[in-house]
Design a protein around this ligand. Structure first.
Ligand SMILES: [Zn+2]
Length: 121
């Protein structure tokens, strides 16, 4: 993201459908960037730092997934390669989780449900 993002004033907020884990949850007012127009993610779905996802890998039950140091390094590399991963204007936690699950699945044979569960701990 090349824009430094500047929030619009609260009276200029736009009403948009709020998409969450269970689909559209009705309209919510969103802040947008007055420079590039990007819509900021609302607080409940604000993205987390990449380190949060990387740390969650350490919570993996070693009896369920055997993650080698090399695999962890490759997962971290892939996360870091995603542009705007931590950008609250273009990324939601929901998208982050889906992306993270997809990447981890590429490196070890484990169910999406299990990866999702370590993120909720
Ligand atoms: Zn912007």
């Amino acid at each position: 993201m090349d824009c430094l993002h500047e929030s619009c004033s609260s009276i200029d907020k736009v009403w948009l459908p709020h998409e969450g884990h269970v689909g559209i949850k009705g309209l919510k007012s969103h802040v947008y960037c007055i420079n590039c127009g990007a819509i900021k993610t609302i607080s409940t779905d604000r993205p987390k730092k990449a380190s949060y996802y990387i740390n969650s890998l350490s919570k993996v039950d070693k009896r369920i997934i055997k993650l080698t140091k090399v695999q962890v390094r490759l997962i971290v590399k892939e996360l870091e390669r995603i542009k705007d991963f931590e950008d609250a204007y273009s990324m939601t936690r929901y998208t982050q989780e889906k992306t993270f699950i997809m990447i981890v699945k590429n490196y070890c044979n484990v169910s999406e449900g299990y990866i999702a569960s370590i993120l909720k701990n």
